[in-house]
Design a protein around this ligand. Structure first.
Ligand code: GCB
Length: 600
């Protein structure tokens, strides 16, 4: 799905701001036809934002079920004869939309965009009323999965209590999380642009495929960063050649603009501008090659998470994060554990950060060998079909971003279960079919040996693993790290013969907690743990990257192992550095993005 950028033929109007809001924990709104009658109660709710941390009511914060949003907006009178589209960047985890009381669309899945044409429902010059029912319930057919449990022990509860269980760490924020836009296209219009770049000597080959609705002929033009035309072509698919192309490189990005022009009888009907970079990606001989050179990943697993706004897109936090990642010398991040906002990937393209783009398949495990996940009553064929659809939609959304170098199909599933293999094998086939130009990974917390041996890793291009030696097991025993890390990582490599990225390692450190010698939860322990892991990575050639967990502290569900959230951040939730940040900055300043020459 194309992002709604403005052009000479397309107008965009943002619907971000304060909407009316009404909780509906009992789920009666649809039956009572609130989409026709209007909301029975009107609270103020900012969009984009999670609704959880805005009010002071725990009944809203931890509500599991429906909430409603509503607002009115004028459709500009100049929008006659246009196709008018209403688009949501994301609604978590389910959204159903009415316009003037009439059903428009529904969408399952909390981290991808959806849109619907409203030309017939919206008269230019008049006001329309948009109503959205949002549902945040997670079950075994959603991603992430979850389960509603009824607590009905009469010795403990006055009456039965319904609770949402989920198996991932981060808090289940919900709401309208990303921008809402009304935009126009001409009636005949461009519906898709797909680009793939290759290098031939010094030239960049840009293979393109354009889809349209309505008749017309296609012309394409590539302009450089100064706006000069550097290549042109005609037809709905083909290859445009940029001679002496500037490459998009990590830390040294260069972006071209690919302009598609739809013409009828020599007249321009529709124009769409897509920024892109010329770069290649390949895994070969145990190396991750970007533009033909072995790349080393230095960076983080992140979250879309901040005070008050929760998972709502926030430009301030976004730009601050890119500045901090530049300051510390990172070159990459993973969109753990779900697809991030499209705007965030645009910035990654522009800042030159390399991205591992992850699906929302997180928490497909009970962290328990006995209790299986991939069984008909839990993660089953219906889940798989949805997972396949999510991967298709994700690839369709992000395919043109040079920053995206690899797809991650899941984070830490029970990949030692026999049934996990056919499940993920079908997902991997889909991803390879949809995009042959990027490698595929899955982030594992299984083992390369024993009863929890990973049954999927051999199907992937890169092995990504999360490890917490001296934290969840052998707590406090920093001295085990060197032995355990070297032994286990080596086994991964010997078993699967794939390059390895450590996509998570780290310790909770509460900013301001100190001790000598190091004890858990202090800043010193976090530093020492990471230092010991790093020593091992530096000895092992097949390790092609290190992503700390996590970039910043973040909100989690409540529990005895979390003190107001997960504190494994290198930065606090307010985006200030902990002591470890200076250690990493120093280390990464000494390590190249393409370290062929520097690694022993
Ligand atoms: C993990 C998960 C991540 C958690 C982290 C932790 O393995 O992938 O979502 O937040 O561990 O801190 O426990």
């Amino acid at each position: 799905m194309l992002y709604p950028y403005e052009s000479s033929t397309r107008e965009v109007k943002t619907l971000d701001g304060v909407w009316d809001f009404c909780p509906d924990a009992e789920g009666v709104g649809e039956q009572q036809r609130w989409f026709e009658t209007g909301l029975p109660r009107r609270m103020h709710m900012p969009v984009p934002a999670s609704y959880n941390d805005i009010t002071t009511d725990s009944g809203i914060r931890d509500l599991s079920g429906d909430v409603w949003y509503e607002r009115t907006v004028f459709v500009p009178s100049t929008w006659k004869q246009k196709r008018i589209v209403l688009r949501f960047g994301s609604v978590t985890h389910y959204g159903k939309v009415w316009v003037n009381g009439e059903f428009l669309m529904e969408h399952k899945g909390g981290y991808l965009p959806f849109e619907g044409e409203i030309s017939c429902m919206a008269a230019p010059g008049e006001k329309i009323r948009i109503t959205v029912r949002v549902n945040n319930v997670l079950d075994f057919q959603t991603l992430p999965p979850g389960e509603i449990e009824i607590l009905d022990d009469p010795y403990r509860y006055e009456k039965p209590k319904k609770v949402q269980r989920y198996f991932h760490d981060f808090y289940n924020y919900a709401g309208i999380h990303r921008p809402v836009k009304l935009y126009t296209t001409p009636k005949a219009h461009i519906t898709d642009v797909r680009l793939n770049t290759q290098l031939q000597g010094d030239d960049g080959l840009v293979a393109y495929q354009i889809s349209t609705e309505g008749s017309g002929s296609i012309r394409v033009e590539i302009t450089d960063a100064q706006g000069c035309v550097v290549a042109q072509a005609e037809g709905a698919d083909g290859t445009a050649v940029i001679s002496n192309a500037h490459l998009w490189n990590p830390g040294a990005p260069y972006l071209y603009t690919f302009t598609t022009i739809l013409e009828q009888d020599g007249e321009t009907v529709d124009v769409y501008h897509q920024r892109f970079g010329v770069r290649t990606v390949k895994v070969e001989d145990g190396k991750f090659l970007i533009n033909g050179k072995p790349f080393y990943f230095k960076g983080f697993g992140k979250h879309e998470d901040m005070n008050l706004k929760g998972k709502g897109l926030d430009d301030v936090t976004c730009i601050r994060d890119f500045n901090l990642m530049q300051w510390i010398g990172a070159n990459s991040f993973r969109t753990s554990h779900y697809p991030y906002a499209e705007e965030m990937l645009d910035w990654a393209d522009e800042y030159g950060f390399v991205v591992i783009d992850e699906s929302p398949a997180v928490g497909m495990t009970f962290f328990n060998e006995e209790k299986r996940v991939f069984v008909p009553e839990r993660v089953n064929d219906e889940t798989k079909q949805f997972h396949i659809q999510v991967m298709k939609d994700l690839i369709d959304r992000d395919k043109n971003h040079p920053c995206v170098v690899m797809w991650s199909i899941a984070n830490e599933p029970s990949s030692w279960e026999d049934a996990a293999r056919p499940y993920f094998s079908d997902i991997i086939d889909t991803v390879r079919h949809e995009d042959a130009s990027r490698p595929v990974t899955m982030v594992s917390y299984a083992f390369p040996y024993g009863s929890r041996k990973d049954k999927v890793a051999d199907l992937l291009d890169v092995v990504c693993i999360n490890k917490y030696y001296s934290w969840y097991e052998d707590s406090g025993m920093l001295d085990v790290i060197g032995y355990q890390a070297e032994k286990e990582l080596t086994l991964w490599y010997e078993n699967y013969h794939k390059p390895v990225i450590i996509t998570e390692y780290g310790a909770d450190a509460i900013a301001g907690f100190h001790s000598v010698p190091e004890v858990m939860f202090t800043e010193e322990y976090q530093i020492e743990m990471v230092r010991r892991f790093n020593e091992v990575f530096d000895r092992l050639d097949f390790v092609i990257g290190e992503h700390l967990w996590a970039f910043a502290d973040f909100a989690t569900k409540q529990g005895t192992t979390r003190v107001i959230g997960n504190k494994k951040g290198i930065f606090t939730r307010e985006r200030n550095p902990k002591s470890i940040a200076f250690m990493l900055k120093d280390r990464w300043a000494r390590m190249e993005d393409f370290p062929e020459d520097t690694k022993a």
